[in-house]
Ligand binder design. Structure first.
Ligand SMILES: [Zn+2]
Length: 287
């Protein structure tokens, strides 16, 4: 029994398993790791300048001109693709620059959706976003926290303008990628903020289950390509999301559809076969 087990009666139960003597070496290592991660991100941001420029846009909601950080794709080099289809580039992460946001009125959307607004949607955004909007700073290089806020704003806009389910699902998926990068970069706000790391993990899970739910709904109402994915790619992605949510039967069903339809992309095909293996092991209770 811990020597602090009596603390429960003081309402200090959380401290019951606290270590009495802190190991200085461990503490030092933790501090070093934190500083290293932060330094890595700073270096990354510094080198990102040459891949970014400020592009001018005209806002369809408030009609004002503004500038938005944009990636020079001709300079970015593709490195690999993650099992959940996140494309990784070396030197720059274009994901961070995927949202165009108007600093005047708060309208924000994914780049390929920015101009696609109906008149009723413009009215809804003016009435529900612009009236309360307090401003968005115009920066050239964005860190993951900046990017996360911009995607949150885009999701708020998507909800208000009653966007297609696929658009909301796609934003949730991308928010989960950005949150993962914030975790990987040891974002202090997540670790020392309200709820700490545990809350962040919960949020990450809920973003991914919301993405899955959105794609389920989209599949019933929309025709492929959905968010640039053909039917096989969409079913493969949904299988990955269902697997992560421990919904194995659902994951098997989507994967079967994906493989039956034929996956033309070689890397995706390989990842689908890997997932099939993982599902088989799960079924046998081996993983
Ligand atoms: Zn605007």
């Amino acid at each position: 029994m811990s020597i602090l087990s009596g603390l429960g009666s003081f309402g200090l139960g959380d401290l019951m398993s606290a270590e009495l003597f802190e190991d200085d070496e461990e503490k030092e290592e933790e501090k070093d790791e934190l500083q290293n991660k932060q330094m890595q991100e700073e270096i990354q941001l510094h080198s990102e300048h040459e891949f970014i420029f400020l592009k001018s846009y005209s806002c369809p909601v408030c009609n004002q001109e503004f500038k938005n950080p944009t990636v020079r794709y001709n300079r970015a080099r593709k490195e690999r693709i993650d099992p959940d289809l996140r494309v990784r580039y070396s030197n720059v992460d274009p994901l961070k620059y995927g949202v165009i946001g108007c600093p005047n009125c708060g309208y924000a959307a994914l780049a390929n959706q920015f101009d696609q607004l109906s008149l009723p949607q413009i009215r809804l955004i003016r009435e529900n976003i612009s009236v309360n909007f307090s401003g968005l700073s115009v920066k050239e290089v964005l860190d993951y926290r900046d990017a996360y806020s911009r995607y949150e704003l885009a999701l708020a806009n998507a909800i208000v303008k009653r966007a297609a389910d696929s658009e909301k699902a796609n934003l949730c998926l991308k928010l989960s990628w950005l949150l993962q990068s914030r975790i990987d970069n040891f974002d202090q706000e997540l670790y020392f903020g309200e709820g700490g790391f545990e809350e962040t993990e919960k949020k990450l899970k809920s973003l991914r289950t919301n993405a899955l739910d959105g794609f389920r709904r989209a599949k019933k109402k929309e025709n492929p390509p959905i968010c640039g994915m053909d039917n096989s790619a969409l079913n493969y992605l949904m299988s990955v999301l269902a697997f992560d949510a421990e919904l194995y039967t659902e994951a098997e069903d989507y994967l079967a559809v994906a493989l039956q339809g034929g996956i033309s992309n070689k890397k995706m095909k390989k990842m689908a076969l890997d997932l099939e293996k993982k599902l088989r092991l799960k079924r046998k209770g081996m993983a």
